[in-house]
Design a protein around this ligand. Structure first.
Ligand code: TUI
Length: 312
């Protein structure tokens, strides 16, 4: 499956693994890249030295291209931006903000720059600033999200920019991949299904929650504070949403989620932790290796795009 994205990134399949906080570490990123997709290390709110070590460890596991996702709300974003240049990272994706101030520096270092955007205006702005592609992330996605669904966001962004678009949010099988291509995307990014892979180091409790999840099992907290975050429903989301409806302060709400993702990912606390996941959790039925998952996505999408029927 050759597309503008496989050409741009020098990868075999147009499949990108989301740069998920705490989840997207070097084992997972290297496994996805080895399988022919683009693996990402999620810098999240981690210090620059952690990111540097992760990049070096990934380099030891794969000769194939991989990237780093920078979460722009991180207090360490400036230092991590420098690590991209110093370590010669080939691809950088950004989330939760505007990466303009770093673009010149990354481009000069030869990195491909792919901002994650949740609106047409932001996609156009990123193109003007020299972005090589954008990830158009719809609100079905997990974690920090925008307002607009993948189904309507991707075609509008694809019409508005000339650079290739990678669709994200709600994709977990070949039907989603094929649909994204029909909407004008040249690649897809998946997060939730990559959480549930053999190479993912996430606590088994977290993986089991995703496999068990049904269509209506995610909730969005933080809409009132301007930081909407999608996660699987549990005691934490229930308490949060109750407090939010009662008009609790930002500080009080923050206390409920502080360190919550780490609790769920590392400690396996799926009761009071934050089990960030997208609506596609309802489509995730089994734990595969990264190679099995990517092969399945490509095979299914290929059949569908040829006009054949597949049975899930
Ligand atoms: O960034 C994400 N998803 C994330 S980041 C994250 S870490 C976190 N943990 C706890 C609470 C909050 C965050 C978890 N999930 N996705 C990419 C994404 N970027 N979605 C939406 C956006 C976005 C939003 C606004 C991109 C640009 C933007 O621009 C605003 C501006 O500055 O104009």
């Amino acid at each position: 499956m050759k597309t503008e994205i496989t050409e741009l990134l020098g990868i075999k399949y147009p499949i990108v693994q989301g740069g998920m906080a705490w989840v997207a570490e070097y084992h997972l990123a290297a496994a996805v890249s080895e399988a022919g997709g683009l693996g990402l290390i999620g810098a999240a709110s981690a210090p620059a030295q952690w990111v540097r070590e992760q990049v070096q460890k990934a380099k030891a596991l794969t000769d194939k291209p991989f990237g780093v996702n920078i979460m722009l709300m991180s207090p360490y974003a400036d230092e991590v931006a420098d690590v991209i240049v110093e370590e010669g990272v080939q691809v950088v994706t950004t989330g939760a903000g505007n990466p303009e101030k770093y673009m010149k520096m990354w481009k000069a270092a030869g990195a491909k720059v792919i901002p994650v955007v949740a609106s047409v205006a932001m996609a156009k702005r990123m193109e003007r600033m020299g972005a090589d592609a954008v990830v158009a992330e719809g609100s079905e996605a997990g974690g920090h999200i925008g307002e607009t669904t993948t189904m309507v966001l991707v075609p509008q962004i694809a019409s508005a920019v000339k650079i290739p678009v990678i669709a994200a949010g709600g994709i977990a099988d070949g039907r989603g991949v094929a649909a994204a291509f029909m909407l004008g995307a040249k690649g897809v990014q998946l997060g939730t299904h990559f959480v549930v892979t053999k190479e993912s180091q996430v606590h088994d409790n977290y993986k089991k929650c995703i496999i068990k999840a049904k269509d209506i099992d995610t909730k969005v907290t933080g809409r009132s504070t301007g930081h909407p975050v999608r996660a699987l429903r549990n005691q934490m989301t229930k308490e949060y949403l109750k407090k939010e409806a009662e008009g609790a302060s930002f500080e009080e709400l923050e206390l409920l989620t502080l360190g919550g993702l780490r609790k769920a990912v590392v400690d396996g606390d799926v009761i009071s932790g934050s089990i960030m996941a997208g609506q596609s959790a309802g489509l995730v039925k089994e734990e595969l290796t990264c190679t099995e998952l990517i092969q399945k996505l490509i095979k299914e999408a290929d059949e569908l795009l040829k006009g054949n029927t597949i049975y899930e």
